[in-house]
Design a protein around this ligand. Structure first.
Ligand SMILES: Cc1cc2nc3c(=O)[nH]c(=O)nc-3n(C[C@H](O)[C@H](O)[C@H](O)COP(=O)(O)O)c2cc1C
Length: 458
């Protein structure tokens, strides 16, 4: 086999070299010697082997690793930014090493270290449910809090970011929806509204005359981009797809760390290719909207366990597991599968800091939590919710819902009509399959509890 080197630079501090010949070890030794001498030598020497340059920065070789995959032997080489402060090694080696930053004196500056997390817990961004108070409480407890801003305009999003900053100085995640533009399909929308008509009438209301595109995709939202470049949140995450290269570059240049949801290896590969820094592996158990890029395409419906393991072993960027994780044992399982952290959504909904209404809280903390269902009826995209009157209605309708988010316009109107009459069963009560394990307590107490549990199962 011909000797061939390829590689890429991640996070400006990790150089990943893939060596496609049987005697990869010789190259690693070569790298180690050159690296020992420090600085640009390693970079330039290896750059001769098709390494994509990522600026000119002083580096020092810290570790190398070899493994076999797909019949080939691969070498992964980690280099440190020679300008970083000293520290101690904390982490075990894994397939994700390439995504970890190694500082001088051998400090393994992983993504979680970079975010100064003291516990590997990400609070899921939850549009309409997460609040600045919730995000800040999670951050203050050592996790990564998040704001779900996919349903907000730039102005509201800025206000929420600033409110969060008033409560915490720690990094947090702001999340945006990157969905395709919906079709404005008049016949389909009319048929859908007709199908909901009886239920509107039951609440003494009329369905809307027409549907609106209630959320703007970040794919086109220049005001949102400008606001983000101005506010520079530590982390920006994407759901339903990926923004274009220009937006990714601009956010990277503003110093934002970028995350994206993936529900399959193909979506994860696309995120990696686009330069996303870490991937949220969202299993089919997960509450809320499924992050699948194409809701009309084939869905393998991979569960959190299989998806996390697949992505952790295949991706060169860190993976965060999401879906059905409710306690320390679940978080530990995610870490054991190779995730660097677990992202929990449902677990935080019953916290007093969330924006969930009383009906939602009552359903989540009662018998209704035992049954969740994946439905498109509420918003037009597949999402996991508690089985309620709306999901049952959705299952009984035999015409397809309008595209997301236009169907959600109808769904919100139907809920508002019923809620006004004291009926909570038409709410978008998103929840994951772990819902029966929910605990209603302040976020700081829940974080302390999760930390204890995680420690106990170590
Ligand atoms: C109420 C709710 C709202 C959600 N909203 C968002 C969102 O705005 N953006 C996003 O990326 N994910 C959203 N998700 C999905 C979460 O990011 C995550 O994948 C999910 O909560 C993990 O499953 P779990 O709920 O079982 O913990 C939401 C989940 C829930 C439960």
């Amino acid at each position: 086999m011909d000797s061939r080197l390829s590689g890429r630079v991640c996070h400006r501090h990790c150089l990943s070299i893939f060596h496609h010949r049987p005697d990869a070890r010789s190259v690693v030794r070569q790298g180690r010697v050159a690296g020992g001498e420090g600085g640009h030598a390693v970079y330039h020497q290896l750059a001769g082997g098709h390494v994509r340059p990522d600026g000119d920065w002083p580096v020092r070789l810290v570790q190398t690793r070899l493994w076999r995959r797909g019949g080939g032997e691969h070498a992964r080489i980690l280099v440190a930014d020679a300008n970083r402060d000293a520290g101690g090694i904390r982490h075990r080696l894994s397939d994700q090493l390439v995504a970890r930053e190694i500082g001088p004196e051998g400090k393994d500056v992983t993504l979680t270290d970079r975010l100064a997390l003291t516990v590997p817990i990400f609070q899921a961004p939850m549009a309409g449910v997460s609040t600045p108070a919730l995000a800040a409480a999670v951050c203050e407890a050592g996790g990564l809090g998040a704001l779900g801003l996919g349903s907000s305009n730039a102005e509201t999003a800025r206000t929420m970011i600033r409110e969060t900053r008033e409560r915490t100085t720690r990094p947090f995640n702001v999340n945006l929806f990157v969905h395709a533009d919906p079709a404005e399909d008049w016949p389909r929308e009319t048929a859908w509204l007709k199908a909901l008509g009886h239920s509107f009438a039951e609440a003494g209301a009329e369905p809307p005359d027409a549907l609106r595109t209630i959320y703007r995709s970040f794919a086109h939202d220049d005001a949102m981009l400008a606001m983000l470049l101005d506010e520079k949140p530590a982390v920006v995450s994407f759901h339903f797809g990926l923004p274009d290269a220009g937006r990714i570059t601009a956010l990277h240049e503003a110093g934002c760390l970028l995350l994206a949801t993936a529900t399959s290896p193909d979506e994860a590969r696309a995120a990696e290719r686009a330069g996303i820094d870490a991937i949220v592996a969202q299993g089919f158990e997960a509450g809320g909207h499924r992050g699948i890029f194409d809701p009309d395409g084939h869905d393998e419906q991979l569960g959190t366990l299989a998806l996390t393991r697949l992505l952790a072993s295949r991706c060169s960027v860190p993976v965060i597991a999401a879906g059905g994780i409710m306690d320390g044992a679940g978080i530990r399982a995610a870490l054991d599968l190779g995730a660097i952290a677990a992202q929990l959504g449902t677990a935080f909904i019953a916290c007093p800091e969330s924006a969930a209404d009383d009906g939602y809280r009552a359903a989540l903390t009662g018998e209704a939590a035992e049954h969740t269902i994946m439905t498109r009826a509420i918003s037009g995209r597949p999402a996991r919710a508690l089985a309620n009157r709306f999901t049952r209605l959705g299952s009984s309708i035999d015409v397809p819902p309008p595209d997301y988010p236009r169907a959600y316009d109808a769904g919100k109107a139907l809920n508002a009509a019923h809620k006004a009459k004291g009926e909570a069963g038409f709410g978008a009560q998103w929840a994951g399959q772990g819902a029966p394990l929910i605990r209603a307590m302040p976020a700081s107490e829940l974080m302390a509890q999760l930390r204890r549990e995680l420690h106990d199962v170590r």
